[in-house]
Design a protein around this ligand. Sequence first.
Ligand code: SF4
Ligand code: SF4
Length: 333
Amino acid sequence: VRERLTLAQVERIRRARHHSILLFITDRCPVGCAHCSVDSRRNSPTIVDFARFEELVDGIAALDDIVLVGISGGEPFVERRGLTLAVHRLSRAEKLLVLYTSGVWARSSIPDWIHSVLCEASCVFLSTDGYHAEVLPGDRFVKAARAIREVDTSLVVQVIRIPEMVRAAESLLHDAFGPAWPREAELSLTPPLPYGRGASVFHQGDGTLGREFGPCSALAAPVVRYDGRITACCNEQVIMGRGPDRLRARCDGAQLHTALDEWKRDPMLSAIGGIGPGPLTEHPRLRDLSEEPFASICDLCWRSLERISRDDAKGDPLLVGAAALSEAVRASA
Ligand code: SF4
Ligand code: SF4
């Protein structure tokens, strides 16, 4: 029986290190929002080598520690062949599935293949905000929300944490389900991301001192891209090729386990995801970063990773200790 997941359950699994993975199945999306953090376009690249993609999906299916697979893009529903293949195989392998979509597919009649994909998901994150609304009519959102609930899949509406956008999302949910909408859907508020096209819409903060940053939760869930590029975290810029090479690798399905393991054994990554890059600036080689302002945790992370290589970190007792402490804290959480 397919398990349904609430937002809290999804987040709990996502926080556990390497218990979930994000499968990025296409760069393509027809919606064209002004704030798109991954700069998706109608003609962006998508799967061309299906044999490679299939191997990657089988590689994920074979990872025993992975209990949950998120499927995103771009817009995953424009990649019909890849999406159906991934959903059917991963659900056969008893992985819990979470889909991320804009609902662009919810036209007057929704094809059967979409119903069958929605049916196999444990939860669907449906995104809406003022930028989507400029392109996607509200009734598309309403139809998508109803289609997800009609097959009894959990619905989480993802919206940027800006009060008028949250109010607009609540009003759409009211249109979809009436005043009892909180029984049908949960809201997940996300920060505005100043990446991709979002860089010209949202601005980075003024800066936080290095020592003040807590742990990076995004390191718990690596990303597998349809072409075999994988990233240690789900930072959009890293997926798009920016930041240290250490956060990226390329592999086929059979090499996936080894590639992920390499990240697990990198003491710097364990510590950044565990005690956090702030406390890590106590390390003598990072101490000057402690009082420096950074626009985001990622800027501090990149600078720290560039300064201490993986090999140096593995031979550094302080960092090995910080990694062990991080794992112990995680295990007791
Ligand atoms: S934000 Fe989402 S819906 Fe909008 S263009 Fe990007 S991928 Fe498409
Ligand atoms: S802090 Fe580092 S590991 Fe975390 S999301 Fe940013 S770049 Fe990725």
